[in-house]
Design a protein around this ligand. Structure first.
Ligand code: FAD
Length: 284
């Protein structure tokens, strides 16, 4: 449980961090909250020569609410939980943060670290996919934006290049009347999502006009349940519509299997959690 030795530099700016990464992309690791990286080093699953601490970089901090919502990569789960302005506009951040681990993890862990790490059981990936977020990545040749639904490639694999830093998450300001729900079945030991479901939905005159459902935990990467979302649009959120959408979502999920939950059980949980999330919005 003792990591290999490494050098440590506290980056003073985004440009400084990228410059350090460029010198040795494969031998360097960024550290934000350290809640995944430090255990990984202790288990010697990674042995970087250099740790680049990005925790003091101002460009990666803060929550700004304007025509779009910008959440800096270094924003902690606790800050997302506590932000009343964010809760007013996008209550799903409060719902999801409240279900992440415990206060110690929430106080240190960052949304950027969670997204960059791309653990298939992490909560934020489903939220940013459901909200049609874009992730801003900065590298040696400038900044680029990647749609959240394209960012997650596979288990612990994202669209980030080795010399890039995740700077911020940008989310469109929701239309009036938009509703949101995040639900999950927690792993009893870690709190991670065995299956987590994020829903963004809008109803006008009793008919669903917009819907996005995203799932985490079930498969190797968070995904948008497109056929289920499309099924909802143009229909009332009836018991039958919800049941059909939940089934479509579970049919799309190519589920993981592990010692805690088989693929069949996860498929079942996708169906029940999508159903429960949508049903909760009929009463909201
Ligand atoms: C006991 C425990 C329980 C947990 N339970 C949950 C849970 O219920 N739900 C959940 O979603 N998560 C859970 N987590 C994960 C935790 O919430 C953190 O989000 C996660 O560990 C990563 O965030 P971090 O800031 O600590 O990242 P770090 O550990 O610092 O970094 C993780 C990885 O991301 C990279 N990285 C970090 N920031 C950036 C960036 N800005 N740009 C590019 N790469 C970057 C690092 O190089 C590293 O590879 C749990 C963790 C622990 C220890």
């Amino acid at each position: 449980m003792i990591p290999s030795s490494f050098d440590y530099v506290r980056a003073t700016s985004l440009a400084h961090a990228i410059g350090l990464l460029q010198k040795d992309p494969d031998g360097s690791k960024l550290v934000a909250g350290g809640h995944t990286l430090i255990p990984t080093l202790k288990l010697r699953l990674a042995s970087p020569a250099l740790l680049i601490d990005i925790g003091g970089i101002g460009e990666l901090k803060g929550i700004q609410i304007a025509d779009r919502i910008r959440i800096g990569a270094l924003t902690t789960h606790a800050e997302l939980l506590a932000s009343e302005p964010l809760r007013t506009v996008l209550p799903i951040f409060h719902q999801a943060a409240d279900l992440i681990a415990d206060p110690q993890v929430r106080n240190r862990g960052t949304i950027g670290g969670s997204l960059a790490n791309a653990d298939p059981a992490a909560d934020w990936p489903a939220v940013v996919v459901a909200l049609k977020g874009e992730l801003e990545l900065a590298g040696p040749i400038g900044n680029r934006q990647v749609a959240a639904r394209d960012f997650f490639v596979d288990i612990m694999t994202t669209a980030l290049e080795p010399e890039e830093v995740l700077v911020a998450i940008h989310i469109p300001y929701p239309n009036a009347g938009a509703q949101f729900r995040y639900r999950k079945i927690r792993h009893p030991a870690s709190g991670y999502a065995v299956v987590g479901v994020a829903v963004a939905l809008r109803q006008q005159d009793g008919i669903v006009s917009e819907a996005t459902i995203a799932i985490t935990g079930a498969t190797g990467r968070a995904f948008a349940a497109d056929s289920a979302s499309a099924h909802l649009v143009g229909k009332p959120l009836s018991t039958e519509t919800i049941a059909n959408a939940a089934l479509l979502a579970s049919e799309q999920a190519e589920c993981l299997s592990d010692g805690y939950a088989s693929a069949d059980y996860r498929k079942h949980l996708v169906e029940t959690e999508v159903s429960r999330a949508l049903t909760s919005l009929t009463n909201a």
